[in-house]
Design a protein around this ligand. Structure first.
Ligand code: GLU
Ligand code: ZN
Length: 299
């Protein structure tokens, strides 16, 4: 296979809504090991796109945690807050091409018109900015999107039926995650995306955007996400604790095991750098459980 010569560029793209917790460490670790086992680069991008949801100091805290756990990134950290101009350019371009439109609908109007959250296409012909607050939506055609996830297998979705035209710039003026992530992954030359399964359904939107923007589609790997006893993903909202900084070894070992890797018992006291080196040399992506949710207490 010639793919051996393909450069690998991976990334970890946290939102600074809270500190790094076990769930986000698992994603960071898997994306790091996958990149390094493939002699690739591992970039970090701070997705600080939504100030009302962010926590002061979280970005710095996340970067500090990554360093403590030996997860050193390549190059400079990108910040989405510094890329609004690029996002706006893409929005303008899509509108000019007739692929996106201005939308003034409220949630209740959408519900009344479609009986669901699916956008019924009401404002599709609106190509001049209205004088009232408005979002920008991408026009979705009735086609199937499919991709082969390295871990979860073949995925297929018809966005037209599932969501309809979706928002790429919000009414408050904030850019949608879906738009920013696609533009940045392309601008950073990302070839492989390893992230949590909570974003698997978002991938269809990303691939659709890549197609209309003429951008390449990276290889996707969606990892199982750690859930709590109630089956909820660990997040700030579900009180996921910040990972400890005093001794990274036990948590790194635990995460390696959750990822289906089998570190030998001789590494029980090993420093982070040694564990990561072992992880890179022995990385077996296909040993990651191909499921969507992990219940660590049950393992
Ligand atoms: N910023 C997103 C999050 O923290 C992840 C984005 C991605 O990996 O595509 O959930
Ligand atoms: Zn509308």
């Amino acid at each position: 296979m010639t793919s051996k010569t393909l450069p690998y560029v991976g990334r970890f793209a946290p939102s600074p809504t809270g500190p790094l917790h076990t769930g986000s460490l698992l994603t960071a670790l898997a994306s790091y090991l996958d990149a390094k086992a493939n002699h690739g680069l591992w970039l970090v991008r701070m997705e600080d796109l939504d100030p009302p949801r962010e926590m002061a100091g979280a970005a710095e805290q996340i970067l500090e945690s990554l360093q403590h756990y030996g997860l050193h990134w390549d190059g400079d950290v990108w910040y989405q807050s510094q890329r609004h101009q690029q996002y706006q350019q893409a929005v303008d371009q899509l509108i000019a091409q007739g692929l996106a439109f201005y939308c003034t609908c409220s949630r209740s109007q959408i519900l009344a018109a479609s009986g669901s959250n699916r956008y019924p296409g009401t404002c599709r012909n609106c190509s001049t900015p209205p004088n009232v607050p408005h979002a920008v939506r991408l026009q979705i055609n009735d086609i199937d999107i499919s991709f082969l996830d390295s871990l979860q297998g073949l995925q297929r979705c018809n966005l037209f039926q599932e969501s309809g035209d979706f928002v790429i710039k919000r009414k408050e003026g904030l850019f949608a995650y879906h738009l920013a992530v696609v533009l940045d992954d392309a601008a950073q030359g990302i070839t492989h995306i390893v992230r949590g399964c909570d974003l698997l359904d978002s991938s269809f939107r990303h691939i659709y955007l890549q197609q209309v923007l003429n951008l390449p589609t990276p290889q996707y790997t969606h990892l199982p996400v750690i859930v709590n006893e109630e089956g909820q993903k660990l997040s700030k909202q579900t009180y996921a604790e910040a990972i400890p900084h005093d001794n990274p070894t036990p948590l790194l070992l635990h995460c390696l095991e959750l990822l289906g890797q089998q570190p030998p018992s001789t590494l029980k006291q090993a420093p982070a750098s040694e564990l990561l080196q072992w992880g890179i040399e022995h990385w077996q992506q296909h040993n990651i459980p191909p499921i969507r949710a992990l219940h660590p207490s049950a393992s």
